[in-house]
Design a protein around this ligand. Structure first.
Ligand code: ATP
Ligand code: MG
Length: 346
């Protein structure tokens, strides 16, 4: 795992003349997968050395669609372990849980007063989720982008490392920041998304983005056996029906993953063998599975060591919550004043 494929913070990262500050969050709906890593976590790690970073387990966001709520606490711990093993470092980044900072709910409510309903009803995720779960189209789901904007703005973030699926939400967060600034005076930097070279990793089904909730993912902490099973079940070029058919690596998800997990020489060989029908998809997947396993073995070892380290995760989340709350309290004080609420009694 390296930072070769991450994007660097650019000088024009924000409109206001403020230092770069990073915020990002992930839902505790399961353990982290290679899509999360390639699309977001590798940027989380790289940015730690460049700016002040806030990384949040967004448990309120999980409640909007996740039905197994009894798993949220365990998933939160699992995700922190994944993050630590991937190189996120609580001495260089604030790592915390969303619901440990109650100011988020107040900012969410205040921002909800300035967000037109039409912005939310046409958000792609709302439309998709409403179609996928017609029995559970709740108020919280509609407000998801306002909650996400609140997360970012509460910490006055300028830079938000995310996967491509979150770009429409980020666009809304930018609109909300602009609208608030226009109405109440310059308060929030207008945040910018930061993508990696792998902003949309496809799932093993080959048709949807890799997602915890679609169960089409390969977890960073998968055992070698599970990893191999998952890789072998990946959908490849649908036009390549027989081994003797030449394949099209450019439309094959297995090849896409080779471009990260295999050496340039191996990638060239995979490409050549596929396009000339010299190698079947199963061999190609076995190759990927070996390389993926070699890349993830040190990750698993680090994760096991963190997991065995007593109440380390709870300490990190406790310390992170305290640091996040102090920034959140200051932002809320300013926001209340801007909107015209009287100062809170001490
Ligand atoms: P869920 O299915 O519960 O929404 P998820 O797999 O989509 O889970 P999130 O916690 O929603 O994961 O996303 C965490 C971060 O990872 C976000 O920045 C998101 O954009 C990014 N991300 C998620 N899936 C992918 C993917 N397939 N490719 C690239 N980035 C991704
Ligand atoms: Mg998601």
């Amino acid at each position: 795992m390296d930072s070769e494929h991450t994007a660097q913070v650019t000088a024009d990262a924000n409109d206001m003349d403020v230092p770069v500050r990073v915020f990002s969050g992930a839902r505790p709906t399961g353990r982290q997968h290679i899509g999360n890593y390639l699309g977001a976590i590798q940027n989380y790690v790289a940015l730690q050395d460049e700016a002040e970073c806030f990384y949040c387990i967004v448990d309120y966001h999980a409640l909007t669609t996740f039905e197994q709520t009894e798993r949220i606490a365990r998933n939160t711990r699992d995700m922190v372990l994944d993050w630590l093993a991937a190189g996120m470092d609580p001495s260089r980044a604030v790592i915390f849980a969303q619901s440990d900072v109650p100011q988020i709910t107040e900012l969410h409510m205040l921002l909800s007063m300035i967000v037109p309903l039409s912005w939310l009803t046409r958000a792609p995720t709302f439309r998709e989720q409403s179609e996928a779960h017609p029995d559970n189209v709740n108020y919280g789901l509609l407000g998801y982008p306002v909650l996400m904007a609140s997360d970012i703005l509460l910490y006055k973030a300028t830079t938000v490392p995310v996967g491509e699926d979150q770009v429409p939400h980020l666009e809304l967060a930018r609109e909300i920041a602009r609208r608030f600034n226009h109405r109440f005076g310059e308060t929030f930097p207008v945040p910018q998304a930061q993508l990696t070279e792998f902003p949309r990793v496809m799932g093993i089904d080959g048709t949807h983005k890799m997602s915890k909730s679609l169960d089409n993912h390969i977890e960073l902490a998968d055992t070698p056996e599970d990893l191999r099973t998952r890789v072998l079940s990946m959908v490849t070029d649908p036009q390549r029906r027989y081994r003797t058919d030449p394949g099209r690596p450019e439309v094959c998800n297995v090849y896409t993953l080779h471009t990260y997990y295999s050496t340039p020489e191996e990638q060239a060989q995979v490409y050549h063998c596929c396009t000339n029908a010299l190698q079947g998809c199963v061999e190609c997947k076995e190759w990927l599975s070996r390389n993926l396993d070699a890349a993830l073995a040190p990750f698993r070892a680090r994760r096991d060591a963190f997991a065995a380290d007593g109440d380390r995760v709870e300490q990190i989340l406790g310390d992170g919550a305290a640091r996040a709350r102090s920034v959140a309290t200051e932002t809320l004080r300013e926001v209340r004043e801007r909107v015209g609420l009287r100062p809170q009694p001490r």
